[in-house]
Design a protein around this ligand. Structure first.
Ligand code: TRP
Ligand code: ZN
Length: 880
């Protein structure tokens, strides 16, 4: 475990490397406890760099066996090698020289799952961000691009030997071993290196690119699971086609391979020509995967494939530029999903994710800019801010300059920077050049942390037929910047007339308004629209054009009107979701004041209208009828949070909506039953989503537990089965029927770890104080393993991050479990432990008693000695 050194990396300290590595030849002799890695590197001194400049290569926990410089064994005293680096004080005089470095690593003992490790008997690698230095000494930084040739030697029983690029020679060796050689002609940074050796099952396909290159596609999975790989293969083919059609980008090697492994720290990794996936995002069948799983697989397959251009062909100059590849690639996968499915529904789902994960990050102690300027541990910056907000920033560029110029800018990006390691400034420049616009104020979106607030008041004058919007932007200080500068916020809007149509307005003064977007560029501004014949209802931030919070006083009738009539479907969802949120906040306040909330008929009536509206997609109706989550409500309230009161308010509102719509919901629920064979397509998934959302309401009514149990029992696919089990376990915890369903599920799926993850997740998210003990007990379950990241995340991660009432139990039992678990996981896997520890990032918004206990917990972890760099960084920033 790499313990914390306290070292801080700063953007402004970037310097190009003195040495380059144009060629890298690697030979692996694979053995579980002692794998020999030979790295033959062609080193080149950068022109203008003095001959006396030492060569310092990065390492991490390596054991050096032998070093040759230009074919001669290096003598002791001419170099130093330790845990962290190999230093050659006086390299050879010539511009170019060769090093041969032999190191030994132990894949079997590697539980951090960075570098070379074994997962279920399969050798695999994870190098991003700094895992390559755990394999050999190298200039392990993304601006060192090298052409790799890799030779793998392994027992014949490991039938598949894979690496990046195109396959070369292969053959037999003595001792029942064999070898294979791979060559990747595209220069790449070390973080994109990958190797896999294992006895895997495989499905193959072929894709012919627009220009006629035939690409062999291979998808490798655990033997016996080949039939669960076809959806991922189909998603891959669709991704390849989409990138050609939408961005004009073709694949550039003869093969494209994907391998699914069961021990993986993250979702997936875009290694050149050899993507490695967490098997959770590959394997899917109707019996074992939910509609949401299918949608995630499609999105992540696309994401990793799209990295081939945005990330691999053009990569990052340094890790501060992470959003250059991640934000842009998330934007691309969002667009892909929107094109493959319903654009409106996809957009709402994207915004919900951003609000649930990125807003709390931005509003808490871990806030950082989309492009950070400092880090202690880069692994902790693969965040919702870099990914999701980064994607929104790319989307805003699209909004600002329009689709055609955006595409022209992207073309220019590939023309200008193919084969380079570049920065956010380079990225912005292509859009400035393509559009002839100045994006310098807009660039603040990359540099300032925090979620801007836009406060708007509207006044309409019938006499002058004018509508005036007073707009004020603000941005609270964050740990990264105490003082904030004024941003350029593109606010899409519509003025909705009494007939529900967008009104046409006359001249505008006060701010630039183009294509239904108000360009907010000052701290305060007022915009006047003329020629407005009747008072409009103003729909603001349509399509969530900017990732901001809005403060806009609106009459309840106007919100209900927008929920029914806004021509922007996102606007309709937003209006209704806002109503529900306000209702829950009001109920919370009542409960905190020991009063009983009462709910009027209007929301129940609006829910009825939405549920029954046959013009709306099923999936849209399901999303609209889903109450804001407990964490969403907590975020809106902001301070002095008592999760128990929020949970109760939410249940009371759900019960009131269910009671008032009992018959209608029941009839609709019955009508949505389908006997058609399962298909994961968006329309079928939407139908199931609406039916399962209705079940969640109906379960609150008398006999609701029986209805849910019947649904569970009759389910013919995992979507319905898991939804019904969730409803039973959450709405009727501890009931006989809930226990029966949990037991039946366990017996049926106990040998399928990915399905058992759902079983753990459902139980870990049961609201209420009893769950802490339940989670503790489940950690002893035979299907649980503290060394598998998926198991840890589904049980402990869910409990800490997605169970407000359970985790924040007033007596602190949830926090004790947190401290124990985080430290136990850290012993094996610091990266996963640090991720778990972010669950306490919003501790300051809790009510005082819980706040005190949360703080003590964090302080106790911080006081542990020899903490990993990963965990110490999170805990100290959370406390700061
Ligand atoms: N680059 C990967 C992706 O987005 C994810 C990733 C790689 C990652 N290394 C990481 C995420 C380290 C968190 C931490 O496709
Ligand atoms: Zn990515």
């Amino acid at each position: 475990m790499r313990t914390d050194t306290g070292q801080v990396f700063r953007l402004e300290d970037y310097r190009p490397s003195d040495y380059l590595i144009p060629e890298t030849n690697l030979t692996f002799q694979l053995f579980p406890d002692a794998t020999l890695v030979r790295a033959e590197l062609l080193i080149e001194r950068r022109s203008g760099v003095s001959e006396k400049t030492p060569l310092i290569l990065d390492g991490d926990g390596l054991e050096l066996k032998r070093l040759e410089i230009d074919g001669v064994v290096a003598q002791a005293g001419t170099f130093t090698a330790d845990d962290e680096r190999l230093t050659i004080a006086r390299p050879p005089r010539g511009r170019r020289f060769r090093l041969t470095i032999d190191t030994v690593v132990a894949p079997s003992g590697n539980q951090a799952l960075m570098g070379l490790y074994l997962s279920n008997g399969v050798y695999c690698t994870q190098c991003e961000a700094e895992g390559f230095r755990r394999i050999t000494y190298f200039l392990d930084r993304p601006d060192i691009l090298s052409v790799y040739t890799v030779r793998i030697e392994a027992p014949r029983a490991l039938s598949r030997l894979l690496s990046n690029g195109n396959p070369g020679e292969s053959g037999e060796l003595a001792g029942d071993r064999h070898y294979a050689v791979w060559h990747d002609p595209h220069p790449k940074p070390s973080y994109l290196f990958a190797l896999v050796a294992g006895d895997l099952g495989c499905i193959k396909d072929r894709f012919v690119t627009a220009s006629g290159r035939s690409v062999e596609l291979g998808l490798y999975v655990e033997r016996g699971k080949e039939n669960q790989a076809s959806y991922a293969m189909d998603a891959l083919r669709r991704s390849m086609k989409w990138d050609e059609e939408v961005f004009g980008l073709e694949y550039d090697l003869d093969v494209f391979n994907i391998v699914a492994v069961s021990d993986f720290n993250i979702g997936a990794m875009e290694n050149k020509g050899l993507n490695i996936f967490n098997d959770k995002y590959v394997l899917a069948g109707e019996e074992t995967a939910t509609d949401a799983d299918f949608a995630n697989i499609e999105a992540i397959i696309a994401h990793e494939y799209f990295h081939n251009w945005t990330g691999n062909r053009i990569t990052c100059r340094d890790w501060f530029q992470l959003c250059l590849k991640e934000g842009l690639t998330v934007y691309r996968d969002h667009e892909f999903s929107s094109d493959q499915r319903s654009r409106a529904v996809s957009r709402i789902a994207q915004v919900r994710t951003l609000r649930a994960h990125q807003f709390p990050e931005d509003q808490g102690p871990l806030a950082h800019p989309v492009r950070p300027r400092r880090y202690r541990e880069i692994n902790n910056f693969y965040t919702a801010t870099v990914y999701e907000k980064g994607s929104e920033v790319a989307r805003m560029i699209h909004t600002l300059i329009g689709a055609d110029l955006f595409r022209r800018g992207m073309d220019l990006y590939f023309e200008r920077h193919d084969g380079q390691a570049v920065t956010i400034e380079d990225f912005l420049k292509v859009f400035e050049d393509a559009s002839d616009q100045d994006l310098s104020q807009f660039a603040l979106w990359y540099h300032q942390a925090g979620t801007p607030n836009v406060a708007v008041t509207a006044s309409y004058s019938p006499a002058s037929q004018e509508l005036t919007l007073e707009i004020e932007q603000s941005l609270a200080p964050t740990p990264s910047e105490a003082r904030k500068r004024v941003m350029h916020i593109p606010l899409a809007f519509g003025l909705v007339g009494p007939d529900g149509r967008d009104m046409v307005h006359g001249a505008v003064s006060g701010a630039s308004v183009e294509n239904d977007v108000i360009h907010v560029r000052k701290r305060r501004q007022s915009v006047k629209f003329t020629g407005i014949s009747e008072r409009p209802v103003v729909s603001l931030n349509r399509g969530f054009s900017a990732p901001v919070t809005l403060t806009f006083e609106m009459r309840k009738e106007d919100r209900i009107f927008l929920a029914r009539h806004d021509s922007d479907p996102y606007g309709r969802w937003q209006a209704f979701n806002g109503l529900l949120t306000e209702e829950l906040m009001a109920a919370f306040r009542k409960l905190r004041g020991d009063r009983t909330p009462e709910f009027g008929d209007d929301l129940a009536a609006a829910s009825h209208t939405i549920a029954m509206d046959e013009r709306l997609e099923h999936a849209f109706r399901a999303l609209a009828l889903t109450l804001p989550g407990e964490a969403d409500v907590a975020r809106e309230i902001g301070t002095n949070i008592d999760p128990d009161a929020i949970c109760l308010a939410r249940e009371m509102l759900a019960r009131s909506i269910a009671t008032r719509n009992a018959e209608a919901f029941r009839t609709l629920y019955e009508g949505l039953r389908s006997d058609a064979p399962y298909s994961p397509d968006a329309a079928s998934a939407g139908r199931r989503a609406l039916r399962n959302t209705l079940l969640d309401y109906l379960a609150l009514l008398p006999e609701g537990d029986r209805l849910a149990y019947g649904h569970f029992d009759a389910a013919t696919n995992m979507t319905d089965r898991a939804a019904a089990l969730t409803v039973l376990a959450h709405r009727h915890p501890g009931s006989d029927l809930a226990d029966r369903a949990l037991a039946a599920f366990e017996i049926r799926f106990r040998d399928d770890p990915l399905v058992m993850d759902k079983w753990f997740l459902i139980q870990a998210s049961v609201p209420g104080h009893a769950t802490a003990d339940r989670v503790r007990a489940l950690m002893q379950h035979p299907a649980f393993s503290i060394s598998n990241p998926n198991r840890v995340r589904s049980l402990a991660g869910t409990f800490f991050s997605a169970n407000q009432t359970g985790f924040h139990r007033p007596d602190g039992a949830g926090y004790s479990l947190f401290a124990e678990t985080v430290l136990a996981v850290e012993q094996r896997n610091p990266q996963v432990a640090a991720r778990l520890a972010t669950a306490l990032r919003s501790w300051r918004s809790l009510e005082p008693a819980r706040q005190r206990k949360a703080r003590e917990t964090l302080l106790a972890i911080a006081a542990t000695d020899k903490l990993s760099a990963d965990l110490r960084d999170i805990v100290e920033r959370t406390l700061a």
